[in-house]
Design a protein around this ligand. Structure first.
Ligand code: NAD
Ligand code: UDX
Length: 474
């Protein structure tokens, strides 16, 4: 039996729900898509006529929204209404790490998933395809199924044989900053499920722009687990190369050369070998913690400990960078101004979740430094929330650290002793070093955690440079 999909509802208008639905709307003009969210401010921003005010910054997103919004793509807070109309419902809500109760600090908090499932159970019209888009612990589909089947529906839909809801797992692999390209040209699309008609219905949507050989279908549990494992493997590569960056610094080797040399081995591959200040973003840490929790739950403690190390190295890398800055600036940064270039967890996004900049800035402020923070896309209010500190403290004593917001690299550098590059925004590699150093105190340092600096040029202008993983320099 063919299941027709004419109307889609997506619950959750975040970094995943917004761009993913925008691309489906763009590629499938005959499908009507309603993206719903309980957050009114976020929905208002998605509907803002000024496309620079969309709630997330993602290269290429504005153009897609311009084409589809109010054509076949709508954003609203009308959760119940749009659930009740939909043939297919994507659950794209947040699944952060639990902060309290059993599993706190490791397990995923599924309260937003449960709330969504309850609403679908209550308002879904039946024969509805429910798609897990959020990243979830293995066997969450079972929980969703139980909630849907026990919800307050007419008796004739309560029987599992009626298949009033079909559950699919369709994890999202987009990376922020390249989300539009990742969605338009995915390496693969993964669909896990038990019902072939439901799988075919979702596959048919993707076939509008993805070739069939890239669409994998699996059972539900393999699909859910594959998403966690993909993120764990990627994060592990970052921790591996970061651990070697420290060794390079101690041995006169250069991490860029090492990355290039090992990456040319086709078995290793060249991607995800850039050493940096540690991985951030909303996914890696949360998903590894979740993996650790699941392993412990099943009594596979050695496997859990193995993955714990990936997070340990990540924290260590961030602490190590603070210590190096302190050490190079004569062991004292109290009252010294330090310019921070980049606060997002990587370039081309305004997202700061788990950004290494947060712990590094906190560490520097703790030492009494005055930070002047500039990021091309991160706003002052976000930094305030992340650092849990208001900018600029009047009457602060000499040893009290604080921070201020800057509108450009050159503004941030005025009277500073050092520049710390934390995200790899393009504009940081196009800096005029002469102009910059003239605004700074001497000796003027650059601490480059992303290897973006043109070392020869910067040195020629008079900078002292520390560059991550560069043993010839440090
Ligand atoms: P997000 O926090 O940006 O967005 C989630 C949205 O869901 C929020 O706007 C929230 O208000 C809304 N929401 C929560 N409960 C709701 C409810 N009951 N009804 C309506 N709206 C509700 O999160 P995100 O970054 O988009 O991530 C969503 C999921 O996708 C997570 O599971 C995440 O792990 C996964 N994921 C994220 C990325 C990424 O790069 N951010 C990539 C792949 C997968
Ligand atoms: C990640 C996954 O890549 C994506 O598939 C998944 O859907 C969500 O999680 P994201 O967190 O958006 O995406 O960004 P990603 O490009 O993976 O970078 C994560 C972190 O690792 C960033 O802080 C980045 O700077 C860091 N990183 C990445 C490195 O330090 N070095 C690298 O070589 C690659």
């Amino acid at each position: 039996m063919e299941l027709l999909v004419e109307k889609i509802c997506c619950i959750g208008a975040g970094y995943v729900g917004g761009p993913t639905m925008a691309i489906i709307a763009d590629k499938c003009p005959n499908i009507l898509i309603n993206v719903v969210d309980i957050n009114e401010e976020r929905i208002a921003a998605w509907n803002d006529s000024n496309l620079d005010k969309l709630p997330i910054y993602e290269p290429g997103l504005k153009e897609v929204i311009k084409r589809c919004r109010n054509r076949n793509l709508f954003f609203s807070n009308l959760v119940k209404e749009n659930i009740s109309n939909a043939d297919m419902i994507f659950i794209s809500v947040n699944t952060p790490t639990k902060t309290k109760g059993i599993g706190a600090g490791q397990a995923s908090d599924l309260k937003w998933i449960e709330a969504s499932a309850r609403q679908i159970g209550k308002y879904g019209k039946g024969k509805t395809i429910v798609v897990e888009k959020s990243t979830l612990p293995v066997k969450t589909a079972q929980i969703i199924k139980s909630i849907l089947l026990s919800s307050n529906k007419p008796q004739e839909l309560k029987n599992e044989d009626d298949k009033s809801f079909y559950i699919l797992s369709n994890p999202e692999f987009l990376a922020e900053g390249s989300a539009i390209d990742d969605l338009e040209n995915p390496d693969r699309v993964l669909i896990g499920g038990e019902n072939n008609d439901a799988i075919s219905a979702l596959k048919k949507i993707y076939l509008n722009w993805v070739s069939e050989d890239k669409i994998l279908t699996t059972d539900l549990w393999s699909s859910e687990l594959s998403k966690l494992i993909a993120n764990a493997f990627l994060a592990q590569r970052v921790s591996s190369i970061n651990s070697i960056s420290a060794l390079c610094e101690s041995t006169n080797a250069n991490i860029n050369e090492v990355s290039r040399a090992i990456g040319m081995d086709s078995r290793i591959g060249k991607y995800f070998l850039n050493a940096g200040p540690g991985f951030g973003g909303s996914c890696f840490k949360k998903d590894i913690l979740n993996l650790i929790y699941i392993c412990n739950h099943y009594g596979i403690n050695e496997v859990a400990s193995y993955w714990e190390k990936v997070i340990e190295i990540n924290n260590w890398q961030q602490n190590r960078i603070v210590k190096i800055i302190l050490d190079k600036l004569f062991g004292n940064i109290a009252g010294k101004k330090i310019a921070i270039f980049g606060f997002a967890f990587k370039a081309n996004t305004n997202d700061t979740r788990e950004s290494p900049a947060i712990s590094i800035c906190k560490g520097l402020i703790e030492e009494g430094s005055i930070l002047s923070i500039y990021d091309p896309k991160v706003q002052i209010d976000q930094i305030k929330k992340d650092l849990e500190l208001y900018p600029f403290k009047e009457n602060s004593s000499h040893n009290d650290g604080f921070w201020e917001f800057s509108n450009s690299t050159y503004e941030a550098a005025v009277n500073s002793d050092a520049i710390v590059i934390l995200s790899e925004w393009n504009e940081f590699s196009e800096i005029n070093y002469d102009l910059l150093i003239n605004k700074m105190r001497k000796p003027s340092w650059i601490f480059d955690t992303r290897n973006t600096v043109n070392i020869d040029k910067a040195k020629k202008s008079g900078f002292k440079i520390w560059s991550l993983g560069n043993g010839n320099l440090n």
